[in-house]
Design a protein. Structure first.
Length: 338
């Protein structure tokens, strides 16, 4: 951090955890995904596919998503994906569409991935299944909590190591991975700024950091004093204060995203609300900022949206927008003949 930071030079974290399943990344760092070229490939065809993805796509996040989509296909079919038939792939799409109830966007990504694998890589130009698959987006608005619900949710998260990152996600509109990837070099307390590095689209952005939130981050970091990370993993072992402090200070692993999501699910069930993930807090941040009068382009910059159309969805979520519309409609009706 820019204030009271005794470390002038710190190494980047390294993660050398063994892979939990074939084709999965070898470390859990939410900021730095392993390149699919370096995965433990279950089949030679998947190794070749990783090379195709590296040639086609610059962004590692995209290559990981495409590789994962193809991995799900061959895991479902339980064979080398190079041996999958057109009928098998058609049955897989039927399964994810009618049984798994995947969203159209996810199905389209799988189809695009499969075209690259089966048509361009394996030469199955005669496959007609791709022209048969039709998906249409549903007009679904993301769930949003009220300010009282956010406050109540935070009151039911009792451990500080979970409360601080969850609160930061809401206060600054961060994605979960962006939050847990923060380092001491990303916090600029004097300027009330927070640097979000290498977010979606490999973009960096600077967002305002409320003073109260900075003070909480500084206090939390002063507890563990990890040489790099703001939210280090607690690891396994005794949960007394000194044992936690020692493990958090020396670990090179960030807190795992699943830990936050689990805590969120438990808290929302305690207060009996049907939704409440970390991403719901990001949606809620944007909606509450808009209700408070923030300009849509300001919210676009804070969220790191590339297109303003992505941000415009929040126009449909605000209670204030409804009230403004009602006021205008009342004015239109006033004085009309009865």
């Amino acid at each position: 951090m820019s204030k009271n930071n005794p470390h002038s030079s710190t190494p980047r974290p390294e993660n050398n955890q063994p892979s939990q399943k074939a084709g999965a990344p070898r470390h859990p760092d939410p900021r730095r995904r392993v390149d699919p070229l370096d995965y433990d490939h279950p089949w030679p065809s998947m190794a070749e596919f990783a090379k195709r993805l590296a040639l086609r796509h610059d962004e590692n996040r995209t290559r990981h998503s495409y590789y994962r989509a193809m991995r799900l296909v061959h895991e479902h079919c339980k064979c080398d994906p190079a041996l999958i038939t057109q009928n098998q792939f058609r049955d897989y799409i039927l399964h994810v569409k009618t049984v798994k109830n995947w969203k159209p966007k996810t199905i389209r990504q799988t189809v695009a991935c499969a075209k690259l694998f089966f048509v361009e890589m394996l030469g199955h130009a005669d496959w007609t299944v791709f022209s048969q698959i039709k998906t249409k987006d549903h007009d679904e608005l993301p769930p949003v909590l009220t300010r009282d619900q956010v406050r109540n949710l935070l009151l039911h998260i009792r451990l500080r190591r979970y409360l601080i990152p969850i609160k930061l996600i809401y206060c600054c509109g961060l994605r979960l991975s962006e939050c847990l990837s923060l380092t001491i070099h990303d916090i600029h307390g004097k300027e009330n700024k927070l640097m979000v590095r290498n977010s979606k689209g490999q973009k960096d952005r600077m967002v305002p950091l409320p003073t109260s939130m900075y003070n909480e981050l500084r206090e939390y970091w002063n507890f563990h004093r990890n040489p790099l990370m703001i939210f280090p993993s607690i690891g396994r072992g005794h949960h007394d204060r000194e044992s936690l402090r020692q493990r958090m200070r020396t670990t090179k692993d960030p807190m795992h995203m699943a830990s936050i999501q689990t805590v969120m699910v438990k808290a929302r069930k305690e207060i009996n609300i049907p939704y409440g993930s970390a991403h719901t807090l990001r949606h809620s941040f944007a909606t509450h900022m808009l209700e408070a009068g923030a300009h849509l382009h300001t919210i676009q910059a804070l969220l790191g949206h590339k297109q303003i159309n992505t941000t415009m969805v929040y126009l449909h979520l605000t209670h204030q927008s409804e009230q403004d519309a009602l006021r205008l409609m009342e004015d239109l009706c006033e004085g009309l003949p009865r």
